[in-house]
Design a protein around this ligand. Structure first.
Ligand code: MN
Length: 382
C-alpha cells in the first residue's frame, strides 16, 4: 500500500473523534469501512482488542479502498488525537550500543554493562498517563539535581534535557493473569508499532536513578506517533537479528526474523543530527514481550512497550544527545551555526522512521520554558 502510515484517531471541526487510516498526507475515514462499533470510538483500543483476523480483514478493505482511489481527508484539515488509551507503559534498554555508552557516562569507573544485561531485556515501568501524541509541546521539567562538585542537591529547571529515539509496540489482544505470553505468540497479541520519544532530564535522572531506576527524570512526558503502523505491513521488513552471546534462556528464544529493517532519523531544530536503523537492536520485540510477562503479569489492549534508545555503532548513529555530545563535552553544530549540548527552549525534535515505501508516523515536539512554581532560592535558577 503506497504511502501507508497507519491507524489513528482524528476529528473534523467540532465533530467527534473517530478512527481513520493515514495514507501519505490524507486520512481515510474508516466509518466508510463499516464496523461502526469500533471505528466510531475516540480510541483504537476496541478495534485493537478484536484480534488478528479482524485486523487483517480491515487492512484488506483499507488496501482495496486505497487502490481504488477512495476519497481521503487532507491531513492539514483534521485534528489528530492520541491514537489509543495507553494502559501500561514499559521502557526497555535493548540497544547494546546505547547501554554501553550510558554505562560509560553514568558509571565511568565500572564495567559499562551490568552482569544481567546480556541475559535479559532490562526495563522499567513508566508513566502511561503522561504519554502524548506527536505535536504536543513539552514543558521543560523542574527537579532536584546535584551539580558535580557541589555538596548538596539543588532545585530548578533541568539544564540537561534530552530526547531518546525509540520504537514501541502496542498490544491489542489481552492475556490472562498468571499466563506468560510466549515469544511465538507475539503476532497474536501485538497490533502494531509507533515511534517514541522518551524525553529525559539527564541531571534529574543521574541523581535519582539508583537504586530503583528512572523516575521523575522521565515521567514528565513521553511523545509517540499519532498513527499506529500495523505489524502486518512491517512483515516484509523483518530480517535476521544480531547474534546473541550467551544464548538466552529458553523462554527468551524467539524463532524467525525479528529484527526490523527500519531506517530512523532525528531532526533537531531543522538539522538531522542522527541516522540509524532499528535492525541492530540486541533484544527483539518478542523477547521483550516474553520477558515482561514471564512472571505471569497480564497484558491488555493499549499496553505500550518501548525499545529503549536506539543507537548504532558509528558516530552520528546515536539516538540521544547525551551520546551524540558525549555528556555535553563535544557540542554538535546545527545548520544555523548554533551549538547544542542539550535541548534549549524553543528547540523542535522530530523522529522519523521508514521501511521501503512504508512511513511510520513522525514524532514532533517543541520545548517550552519551565513553569517554576517553587522558590528556586536553594538552586541554580536560570
Ligand atoms: Mn528510554
Amino acid at each position: 500500500m503506497i504511502g501507508a502510515v497507519g491507524f489513528g484517531v482524528f476529528s473534523e471541526g467540532f465533530g467527534r473523534p473517530r478512527v481513520g487510516f493515514r495514507i501519505g498526507d490524507g486520512v481515510l475515514d474508516l466509518s466508510a469501512v463499516g464496523r461502526d462499533d469500533v471505528f466510531a470510538q475516540a480510541t483504537l483500543n476496541a478495534f485493537m482488542a478484536l484480534g488478528r483476523p479482524a485486523w487483517e480483514s480491515v487492512l484488506g478493505r483499507v488496501a482495496h479502498l486505497a487502490a481504488s482511489g477512495a476519497d481521503v481527508l487532507p491531513l492539514e484539515d483534521v485534528t489528530v488525537h492520541l491514537p489509543f488509551e495507553v494502559a501500561d507503559y514499559v521502557d526497555f534498554y535493548s540497544s547494546l550500543e546505547h547501554a554501553t555508552n550510558l554505562g560509560r557516562l553514568f558509571r565511568p569507573d565500572a564495567e559499562p554493562l551490568l552482569p544481567n544485561w546480556r541475559h535479559l531485556p532490562v526495563g522499567y515501568h513508566g508513566r502511561a498517563g503522561t504519554i502524548v501524541p506527536s505535536g504536543t509541546p513539552i514543558v521543560r521539567p523542574c527537579g532536584q539535581a546535584k551539580v558535580p562538585g557541589e555538596v548538596t542537591p539543588s532545585f530548578g529547571p533541568s539544564r540537561r534535557l534530552d530526547f531518546e529515539l525509540e520504537l514501541g509496540f502496542v498490544v491489542g489482544v489481552p492475556s490472562r493473569l498468571g499466563d506468560p505470553v510466549r515469544a511465538d505468540a507475539f503476532r497474536e497479541h501485538v497490533f502494531g508499532v509507533v515511534l517514541v520519544n522518551d524525553w529525559s532530564a539527564r541531571d534529574i535522572q543521574a541523581w535519582e536513578y539508583q537504586p530503583l531506576g528512572p523516575f521523575l527524570g522521565k515521567s514528565f512526558a513521553t511523545s509517540m506517533s499519532a498513527w499506529v503502523t500495523p505489524l502486518a505491513l512491517l512483515e516484509p521488513f523483518l530480517v535476521a537479528p544480531p547474534k546473541q552471546d550467551p544464548r538466552p534462556l529458553p523462554y527468551l528464544r524467539a524463532e524467525g526474523n525479528w529484527a526490523l529493517d527500519l531506517e530512523l532519523e532525528v531532526e533537531l531544530s531543522g538539522t538531522v543530527v542522527s541516522r540509524t536503523n532499528a535492525r541492530g537492536l540486541y533484544w527483539s520485540m518478542p523477547q521483550q514481550l516474553a520477558h515482561a510477562t514471564v512472571n505471569g503479569a497480564s497484558i491488555q489492549a493499549g499496553d505500550l512497550f518501548a525499545s529503549g534508545t536506539i543507537s548504532g555503532p558509528e558516530r552520528g548513529s546515536e539516538g540521544s544527545l547525551i551520546e551524540l555530545t558525549w555528556n555535553g563535552e563535544s557540542p554538535i553544530r546545527l545548520g544555523d551555526g548554533t551549538m547544542r549540548s542539550f535541548l534549549e527552549d524553543g528547540d523542535e525534535v522530530v523522529l522519523r522512521g521508514r521501511a521501503g515505501d512504508l512511513t511510520l508516523g513522525e514524532v514532533r515536539g517543541t520545548i517550552l520554558p519551565a513553569r517554576v512554581s517553587y522558590s528556586a532560592g536553594n538552586g541554580p535558577a536560570r
